[in-house]
Design a protein around this ligand. Structure first.
Ligand code: GUN
Ligand code: ZN
Length: 376
């Protein structure tokens, strides 16, 4: 990939950069919508592209179960399979196994889990994860990591951190031998839980492997830890990751978290939150989340946000109409999902403009003042 920093904020660690890969250019910082199964829930690939989104996320674990690598290979990769022409990132699968599977056992060889369809024990090794990600053909692929929940304490956190480093080396070796390093970019994932000491050891080791790593992620967060601990770990990681590599904070999607992470030097983030909350009838706005199921929207004949450029708002579709549909018609979920993805893009696009124009601190201040003001 080509990665070029365009502008930096003088008072925070925020920066704007241009990341160019086989499927085009993505301007950072950016929020990546999640299309877990090779489809955005509620929107077609064409609709997502029309929103101006240039980078989405798919999941190795899910695509391996269905449709599987045979179909993906025959299709010529996940881009063609799902009709997505822009950049694609795949998560490695370890995290999903831990969060979804009925039983998982981590061994040095890989993650052992029960197939959700057959119940049969199945092993995912670092080499297999990379192999599946080669069949998918994502522009950015993630190492298989040993993930523990962020609130885990004791020796298991350190064990997982060192194992993630060993698995990184196996992922690097597998990826280099594939001859695909010109098209697919492998990112490492920093682990170490909430311990600055363990994070430091992980950072030192992973930064040493910089020549084989076009980018880095910060993992193992967003599991309900205290905000100030979360911020300290993100700060420590972002400060020490190489300046000339994109930094991706995994599983972050609340607007307030995104902006703090950007201020700390993070370039990319992903989360199912904006699309999932849309399906529950919650629209994201500059004044905070708006729950359209609430009765007070029954006769509210305004769009979600009159200043929002999304099709839902600019067409004039009313909050009342959405309220009326949201519990029983999927069209409300489509309309709100569309709005929420435009909202996420505008929070990040607004941050990029503000960084370029030297007014990012004011942008943060204005955003937080309005977002957390008491509802009128
Ligand atoms: N998604 C959210 N957090 C993580 C993490 O630590 N590792 C991986 N692979 N995916 C994640
Ligand atoms: Zn809108």
């Amino acid at each position: 990939m080509e990665f070029e920093i365009i502008a930096k904020c003088h008072t925070t660690h925020a920066r704007v950069s241009r990341m160019t890969m086989t499927h085009g250019t993505t301007y950072l910082p950016t929020f990546m919508p999640v299309a877990t199964q090779g489809a955005m829930k509620g929107l077609t690939s064409q609709q997502v592209e029309a929103l101006g989104v240039t980078l989405i996320l798919n999941n190795t674990y899910h695509l391996n179960l269905r449709p599987g690598t045979k179909v993906l290979d025959a299709a010529g990769g996940a881009h063609k399979f799902q009709g997505w022409r822009k950049n694609l990132l795949t998560d490695s699968g370890g995290f999903q196994m831990v969060s979804l599977s009925s039983f998982t056992k981590i061994t040095e060889e890989g993650v052992l889990f029960a197939s959700p369809y057959t119940g049969e024990p199945t092993m995912l090794t670092p080499e297999e994860s990379i192999g599946i990600q080669h069949s998918i053909g994502a522009d950015i692929i993630m190492q298989l990591d040993d993930v523990v929940h962020s609130l885990t304490t004791g020796p298991r956190v350190e064990e997982a951190m060192w194992r993630s480093i060993r698995w990184l080396d196996r992922c690097i070796a597998k990826h280099k031998s594939s001859g695909r390093t010109d098209r697919q970019n492998l990112f490492a994932i920093v682990q170490g839980g909430l311990s600055p000491d363990l994070r430091q050891k992980c950072l030192d080791e992973m930064v040493k492997r910089k020549d084989d790593l076009p980018g880095y992620a910060i993992g193992g967060l967003s599991g309900g830890e205290e905000k100030d601990i979360f911020w300290k770990i993100v700060k420590q990681c972002a400060e020490q990751l190489p300046e000339d590599r994109p930094r991706y904070c995994m599983g972050i999607g609340f607007a307030e978290d995104l902006l703090v992470c950007v201020a700390l030097g993070v370039d990319m983030a992903d989360c199912v939150f904006p699309t999932r909350t849309a399906r529950f009838g919650v629209a994201l706005t500059r004044d905070g989340p708006m729950n359209l199921r609430l009765d007070r929207h029954r006769t509210s004949f305004f769009p979600i946000d009159a200043n929002c450029p999304c099709l839902t708002c600019s067409s004039g579709m009313s909050r009342a109409a959405l309220h009326n549909l949201v519990t029983h018609e999927t069209v409300a979920a489509h309309a709100i999902t569309q709005h929420n993805l435009v909202f996420q893009a505008s929070v990040m696009g607004g941050a990029r403009d503000a960084i370029i124009e030297g007014r990012f601190p004011q942008y943060l201040k204005d955003f937080f003042q309005r977002y957390f003001a008491d509802a009128a």
